[in-house]
Design a protein around this ligand. Structure first.
Ligand SMILES: [Zn+2]
Ligand SMILES: [Zn+2]
Length: 478
């Protein structure tokens, strides 16, 4: 019997955790964080306590209590006995937090299968991320002491390399199926707002399963999504686990339209152009790069984006040398004090930021202030305090990201408006969703013709009933 249990993402957008079981083989599809569930109890300043390991997460339903999947150091902290490994592999569709963030909690010896770009992005997130829960491609043993050089006890930190374990990552390639016990899993690339996104087709001798992951048909990889639909149809699936973020919504989006709109706004701009965008949405980043270039302006990226572009290498259509890198003043602000010792300047920045401080294409606020008409600057509400240094005149702000969908985001948006008013910056918007429209999802399902439908990543499951295909919440094993 095939069993499909949705441990996250059932009646909400994201937090996908899908356990598939067949003849003793168990695989997990995605292991993401539920923003909805987490937001019910926690905020930026009220976080689950690391000292109780998984306890807060279990108590509040943020993690499923499944035997044999969690890290041994965490179980030990909870005084739980050692467990046998409970699943054979984890397959990640992409590196968005709502699909991948909680791999932090998984045992090291569970192999993770994903695309090359997904592993790179997880590596970037681990390096640039803050907080207690960002062990993604490695895992640093927690709650452990060691005997230091003075003979006393010290806590383990990431600096002690022997305690940092690498997870087992297996890079999937197109057309190459992976065999795990009684299942064969094929990775099929799809279009979404993150590089390396994919869907999975799972073959078993008792029926095939197709999982869309997050999908759209209007970005630069739209052909991949169309090819995926063909492949999924050929698989004649018994079960289609299908995302439904925008189910019931008719509005059709278009990334090319976003690029044209941005280009038009940049053309008319008389001063600096700031663009607020999802930092790792490479499709959008390329759109901004092209829109700036066609208006003979230079695209200015922040340090995180610079690090991502460099890490993606050939997966990014342009090179880091083709853009300018904005180095903000941090901590003591020594970067702008000429003649300061390099080592002292470096102390203002994280280790990963240092290689970007003195490149030929690195700039600070002084250049942006001097030549405002020359640049299009990637900007976010988290760096908006840089405006005090930059002193923009006649600037515009293009919001190229989704509208706020929770109270905290509403408050951030309100705060941003105050900054823009203060500096007399006019705001425009140009955005396309990372998800297919409701109509496109319905058409995709009709084309694939699954025997059963399991909606995930949606708050409007009932809309799927219109298709007259049995809608399930999961498949039980017997
Ligand atoms: Zn998602
Ligand atoms: Zn996503």
């Amino acid at each position: 019997m095939v069993s499909i249990k949705i441990h996250g993402g059932k009646d909400e957008i994201g937090g996908n955790k899908i356990l598939v079981e067949h003849k003793g083989t168990k695989i997990m599809l995605d292991f993401g964080m539920s923003f909805k569930q987490s937001g019910l109890y926690f905020s930026e300043f009220l976080k689950p306590r690391k000292c109780v390991a998984l306890k807060d997460f279990f108590e509040l339903g943020l993690l499923p209590d499944i035997n044999g999947i969690y890290r041994e150091d965490y179980l030990k902290q909870m005084e739980k006995p050692e467990e046998e490994k409970g699943i054979d592999a984890v397959f990640l569709t992409h590196a968005h937090a709502d699909h991948a963030q909680y791999i932090h909690f998984l045992r090291n010896d569970i192999p993770i299968y994903c695309t090359n770009a997904t592993e790179i992005i997880l590596g970037v997130l681990e390096e640039t991320g803050r907080g207690d829960y960002s062990d993604l491609i490695t895992a640093c043993e927690a709650f452990t002491f060691y005997t230091n050089a003075k003979g006393g006890l010290s806590r383990v930190t990431r600096k002690k390399e022997e305690f940092v374990k690498t997870r087992i990552f297996n890079i999937m390639e197109t057309e190459k199926k992976v065999k795990i016990g009684s299942m064969e899993i094929e990775m099929v690339p799809v279009d979404h707002s993150l590089p390396g996104s994919c869907a999975f087709i799972i073959n078993t001798d008792e029926g095939n399963i197709v999982y869309t992951g997050d999908i759209r048909f209007h970005g630069s990889n739209q052909q991949s999504s169309k090819d995926f639909v063909e492949k999924a149809k050929e698989a004649n699936p018994n079960w289609l686990i299908c995302e439904g973020t925008r189910i019931g919504e008719d509005k059709q989006d278009n990334e090319e339209g976003v690029r044209n709109e941005m280009s038009k706004l940049i053309k008319d701009a008389k001063g600096l152009v700031f663009i607020e965008h999802p930092i790792r949405d490479l499709d959008r980043v390329v759109s901004i790069f092209e829109a700036a270039k066609s208006n003979k302006r230079q695209f200015v990226v922040n340090l995180k984006l610079a690090y991502l572009i460099q890490s993606l290498g050939d997966l990014c259509p342009f090179k880091l040398d083709d853009v300018k890198i904005f180095v903000p003043r941090k901590s003591w602000g020594l970067i702008c004090k000429s003649g300061t010792d390099e080592k002292l300047v470096n102390a203002d920045y994280s280790k990963w930021e240092i290689p970007f401080l003195r490149r030929d294409n690195s700039i600070t606020y002084t250049e942006l202030q001097k030549n405002q008409i020359k640049y299009v600057v990637s900007m976010s509400i988290w760096e908006i305090n840089q405006l005090t240094d930059i002193r923009p005149k006649d600037a515009i702000w293009i919001k190229s990201s989704c509208e706020p969908f929770c109270d905290e985001m509403e408050i951030d948006e309100e705060r941003k408006k105050h900054w823009l008013e203060h500096f007399n910056i006019k705001e425009y918007s140009a955005h396309a969703s990372g998800h297919a429209s409701g109509i496109e999802i319905m058409e995709m399902i009709k084309e694939i013709k699954p025997k059963n439908l399991i909606p995930v990543h949606t708050e409007k499951k009932s809309v799927f009933n219109e298709l007259k295909i049995p809608v399930l919440v999961g498949v039980n094993s017997t």
